[in-house]
Structure formats: structure tokens, C-alpha cells
Design a protein around this ligand. Structure first.
Ligand SMILES: [Zn+2]
Length: 195
């Protein structure tokens, strides 16, 4: 059985404000008992995170009493320029921010269409390093930075701040909306995947 994660990405936080926003969200999550204050070894892909708190069940649709026994059950906060991705599987399609034309990236068997993906691969791969490579739309010919394209199923989200919950049941929409409110109304993307 793989590990499942959900990441709430703030797609609008600037590099300068990300750290402060991360701290204020964490304060709220700890104060309301969603996560515990101490940092422990409970997340994948990072040294430490925050295990579920006494009231974690209020954040999810269907609380699982077994979560507490899962080793990787914590919250990891990512601060810094990151391409958040949904883990397994291929991006299915991407939509041009200018003309709204959709470019399919997988065929009927869910295999990646090489010539479609080739247009985006380098730009997606280099964004985290600080590049803003423009990608030309196959329909209208105009270019747009890769992070402004709209990825089907939120396969990728580009941002400087993300909150990853490991193996939590589905997050309640109200809980996710509260993030956006506390992040100053920033647009958030909820991305889910498996490792
Ligand atoms: Zn276009």
C-alpha cells in the first residue's frame, strides 16, 4: 500500500511573505488542535513534521481512528519555490491562459504524448530553480510562463508555500477554505497524490 498525501498550495504568496504565512497558519493549526506543536519524524521526504492533534478529525470528511498508528501521518510545511506535483501518473492536459485551448498530454491509454509534453518538460523542470520559461501555445501561438498554465486535475501547482498532510482522510472543503482566508484570500490549489 502506498502513502497518500494532500497538499494545499498557496499559488500567490511571494517568496518574501511565505515564511511569515507558514508560521501564522501553523500557529492556528496547533492552537486549534489540528496538529501537535512538537516536530517529530512523521512525514515522508523531510526530516520532521507535525503529527495529528487531538482535534484532527474536524479537518477531515471521515476521521480514521487508525491514523494515529500510521507512521507517516504528519503535516509538512514547504517554504520556497517549488513545483508541487501529484506524484504518480501523468499530467492529462493543460490549458492555455490566453485562449483557453486545451492541449491533451496523454493518449487514450493514459500514456504520455511525447510531442505534447516536450513543449512543457523543460519549463516545468526548471521553474523551481528560478526560471520562468515561456511556453508557446500550439493553438494561438502566444507564450505564457509555465506557472500560469492551468493543469488538469491540478497535476502541478507552482508556488512558494505548501502544506502537505500525509495519509489524512479527505480534507473538508471548509478546512481548505479556511486556509485561503487565513492566507489573505490567496488562491489555493488542493493537490492529492500517492507515492
Ligand atoms: Zn493559446
Amino acid at each position: 500500500m502506498g502513502d497518500w498525501f494532500q497538499t494545499i498550495v498557496d499559488t500567490e504568496a511571494t517568496p518574501e511573505e511565505a515564511q511569515g504565512l507558514a508560521a501564522s497558519i501553523l500557529d492556528w493549526l496547533i492552537a486549534d488542535g489540528f496538529v501537535s506543536a512538537e516536530r517529530t519524524d512523521c512525514v515522508l521526504g523531510a526530516d520532521a513534521g507535525h503529527a495529528p492533534g487531538a482535534h484532527y478529525g474536524e479537518a477531515v470528511e471521515d476521521p480514521d481512528p487508525e491514523l494515529i498508528n500510521v507512521w507517516s501521518n504528519g503535516l509538512h510545511v514547504t517554504v520556497g519555490r517549488t513545483v508541487f506535483d501529484a506524484g504518480q501518473g501523468e499530467p492529462s492536459a493543460v490549458t492555455c491562459p490566453h485562449c483557453a485551448a486545451e492541449t491533451p498530454l496523454v493518449d487514450e491509454y493514459w500514456s504520455l504524448i511525447e510531442e505534447g509534453w516536450a513543449r512543457f518538460r523543460d519549463a516545468v523542470g526548471s521553474w523551481a530553480e528560478g526560471e520562468d520559461e515561456p511556453v508557446a501555445c500550439p493553438s494561438c501561438g502566444r507564450t505564457a510562463p509555465v506557472h500560469t498554465w492551468l493543469w488538469a486535475d491540478d497535476h502541478f501547482a507552482f508556488g512558494h508555500l505548501g502544506f502537505t498532510f500525509w495519509n489524512w482522510p479527505g480534507l473538508r472543503p471548509e478546512f481548505v477554505a479556511e486556509f485561503s482566508r487565513r492566507l489573505g484570500g490567496h488562491r489555493t490549489v488542493l493537490l492529492g497524490g500517492k507515492l
